[in-house]
Write a new protein. Structure first.
Length: 81
């Protein structure tokens, strides 16, 4: 599965998901935060599922007409143990 983890997601989740065979990009490794719209565009362009704790992505996708698969997860599932 191709995933893009938002910067607000714990970085250790990337290593965990990769160990399970997933293709993972973590926005927390980028040199600067490009903002929600750019993260959304990149996930869409790369056909990745966006994993985030942020509820704003759904609103942006609706208002801008972007069809995207997004998983918004409770902090307990994406935070360090």
């Amino acid at each position: 599965m191709k995933l893009l983890l938002d910067a607000c997601v714990w970085g250790g989740a990337k290593k965990f998901l990769e160990s399970r065979g997933h293709d993972v990009v973590w926005a927390g490794e980028w040199l600067e935060d490009p903002g929600d719209r750019e993260i959304l565009k990149r996930a869409h362009a790369e056909r990745r599922i966006l994993v985030t704790l942020d509820k704003d992505f759904g609103e942006i996708a609706i208002f801008e007409g972007v069809h995207l698969h997004t998983l918004r997860s409770p902090r307990s599932l994406l935070a360090p143990p």
